[in-house]
Design a protein around this ligand. Sequence first.
Ligand code: FRU
Length: 490
Amino acid sequence: MLSILLSRARSYEDEHLSAVSPLDLPCFHVTGGVGWINDPNGFSLYRGEYHLFFQYNPYSTHWDTMHWGHVKTRDFIRWERLPCALAPDKSYDKDGCFSGSAVELRDGRHLLMYTGVRKTDDGHEFQTQCIAFGDGINYEKYDGNPVIDSELLPAGGSEVHFRDPKIWVDGDRFHAVAGNLTSDGSGAVLMFESDDALSWRFIGEVAASENRFGRMWECPDLFRLDGKDVLIVSPQEVYTRDPEFIDGNTTLCLIGELDENNRLIRETEHTIDCGLDFYAPQTVLTADGRRVMIAWMQYWNSVEIRPREDLSFYGQMTLPRELHVRDGRLIQSPVRELDDYRGDRTAFEGIPVSERTQLLGIGGRCLDLTVKIRPAKEEIFDSFSVHAAQGGEYTTEICYSPSTNTILVDRTRSGWPENVLNRREFAVRDRGGEITLRLILDRYSLEIFVNGGEQAASFVIFSPASADGISFEARGEAVIDVEQYSLDIQ
Ligand code: FRU
């Protein structure tokens, strides 16, 4: 039986989604279609398909009491919309079904694990971990919810900030990590274990901020990759003065080895995405053994600024990315399935660039463009820029400076007002003026992958569709190879 709140959400979707033109949505990035979305949830393989849920308010393009929206895919590029999966319809989650994850059970059921938020009349808030079982469309919340509450917290752990369980199956056991605020006022990731996903025990603190990386740590994910243990987490209120991290809500990747107490012995620490719009990433292990990550492509600190009030949706996901660990860093590249959607190819080799240069056939707003840049002579150029989504007053500039080994992305003229953070600079590896940039453009976004994924950077842009030019420019002399594929996806 569907609850009144879930039926209401599904009827609302039925009524309003049909009125949305696909031409107003991104071509291949997930949105709610209607309403607001934030974090990816429940990214999981279930009966041979990848399911993705998300934090969702179907009724308005602003955050409110959270539901779980739902889509699925076979290839991470084309997504099928499914009816709203969870509504805040129980006493223990009446103030929101917050973020969580999912696994396929041996008995064929799909298990969702999420945070139920409950506020009491006297203003107290409780966050507890809950589960629901389903068949890929309809989900029944477990009668014994919550399955993890504050009783399992280590001393000093906050019952107000205890959320975002990521569950996985380990042989005969279930494990989960969740974010928690500790007694020093900063975040930690806690690990739990269970034999049946119903009854849980606390088995250790994986890592803690100790006030170095922000306050509350949200949306953790822990996995083994390329012989290392990798913890990804999304800290709030980070003000490090370290340009590696964006202020406010940021992302952090810790790589190392778990010890016998499930504590991560850290070897390296770095940000996950060098752009302006990337938060709450979550991963799935694919059927063929790849670790694939998706994130909310938005920045909490700018969500109330709406350059396009006319759109039916707010919030979108990144393109799913394949992950690897190399030299202590997370390497990210667009899922290989994107290649199957490559359309017309336009390519140039050995093009000298100094002044503003346009190349015949290079341009568009849904495309996959790789530019290999190198110095034209021994003397290295001062800077090299790609201007994307260009036309009239619009441009999004990606400027590479070999002398400082940095890339500066400037989206000041990309449809955003001037009072938001529009520029981000990040470090790249010194390769004597050689660099490869892969740009994935969709109607409302630009994702940049540097040198085969050593850095990734995500940006939401609101330049109109008519701003579809691309040009290149160097201060000094550079030579480029360019390969562009149109992405014909709708
Ligand atoms: C992260 C987050 C999560 C929470 C959810 C609520 O963006 O704050 O910690 O579960 O969003 O929508």
